[in-house]
Design a protein around this ligand. Sequence first.
Ligand code: NFE
Ligand code: MG
Length: 565
Amino acid sequence: MRVTVDPITRIEGHLRIDCEVDDGHVAKAWASGQMWRGIELILKDRDPRDAWIFAQRICGVCTTVHAIASVRAVENALQLEVPLNAQYIRNLIITAHAVHDHIVHFYHLSALDWVDIVSALSADPAAASRLAQSLSDWPRNSVQEFTQVQERLKAFVESGQLGVFGSGYWGHPAMVLEPEVNLMAAAHYLQALDYQRRANRIVAILGSKTPHIQNVAVGGVSNPINLDSQSTLSIERLMAIRTAIDEVGAFINQVYLPDVAAIGAKYADWTGYGAGITNYLSVPDLPLDTRGTQFALPGGYIPGGNLDQFQAITSFDDPFFANGVKESVKHAWYRGGRGALHPYDGETEPEYTDFNDDEKYSWVKSPTFLDARAQVGPLANVLAMYVAGHEPTQRHTNWLMQQVGNHLNAELSLSALHSTIGRHAARAVRCAVLHEALSDQWQLLIDNIGRGDTDTFNRPEFPSGEIRGVGFHEAPRGVLSHWTVIRDGKIDNYQAVVPTTWNAGPRDENDEPGPYEASLVDNPVADAELPLEILRTVHSFDPCLACAIHLVDTQQREIVRVRAL
Ligand code: NFE
Ligand code: MG
């Protein structure tokens, strides 16, 4: 039986998933990006100093990340150093953004695949509060708070409008949480709206605006530091950031992590599904020097899920990364024929044909690392940081595994992370790790300014002739890289190889499936008309198709369709 989900909702952009379902399990899957935007082409012939402003519009979710990757690519081409203050300010922006993004993903984009909001109506608020208080000291786990949330939900349902909760799979046989756990999660869903906003406020203060920050520049950041001036980065703003960091940290450590442990334990069977591609790629991030040779967070490559074979990526110039990436368009709607290409030689020539299982069926290209498919994202990053000996990552990972083990009365090993639920666990760990890094970067910035350094910008000078550069960033959904060839001060080629491109890509030059496709195989599907399990695995990657395909359907066709044939 063929099951088509088009589009997958609660993501950015348009993604179609097709599955061949036999005997209640997925036998084969196809991931198809259903939009094309062409921002890489818009960049051609432009001034490289402006590229980040355009590139940032690739996405409305991970907005800052394309600005950062873009300026890093141009700086890499110029071998331009970035003042320490500018590195720290950028590090604060990307870390605060990622913390906001991970909270939004767990609660608002994916929790409702696991949490049944309607079941929360029959919960006993006192029992739910007792349960939540047994998990953490969070002050907003009171009976009053949970009763209020339940009343709000009841009012929604009685009005006949579930509002944002309107089209969930309520009562689905794959939903297993007790009403009290559902009520606790529903309360935290609403609280998370507030805490993600506080994290994002840090981005707005430092970036002058969000979404789409305004203050980066090739060579640094554009707003100056003057502790006494209202119109620059001042002491008052730095202290407002400090307050937000502390408030958000309490939510992550007392709510997000315990929730993932408690809910994850109830769905322990999902540690057995969704591994897919276990070549894991991540990059180091949060540069601590002006050239990008030291980083607060490690990254690198783990082939075949084998942590012993971890190979670190060590600088913005590391040829191991820069030489390892290619993209294929054999199964994507672009003119091809030259095989998989390195991004400096990459081409983006759209050529739409129909959806054809064995030929072309997606706007997403298929990236490879060392000629193999790779999974990117928080799981890849957490495994790399863990094996690289990063203490906060080991501490938070061990804590989470221990908590889940306690819930289950069992000992868990890291291998449980190679799964659908493992991606959620890793994202929660990474959120806590990033929060600590955010705090550290704030202190580094304060200390550096305290030493009398207020530099934020080194002016770029473009030589005649050709230069090329890559900028990478460990974005919320994984490895992001921008590649540019600059000739006589103008952009000659620009390619963005984006996290969702890595994970959502169709079959590659060797017809090997991508991470979404591989991870869906063997997943159970209890009801082909209501394919909740497919959503669970796909959502666990946190898809963003706007990023992956860098259109709008002007024909206003049907918006949501689930078909089981
Ligand atoms: Ni549009 Fe993005 C992130 C980037 S994903 S969300 O993270 O880059 O592909
Ligand atoms: Mg691209």
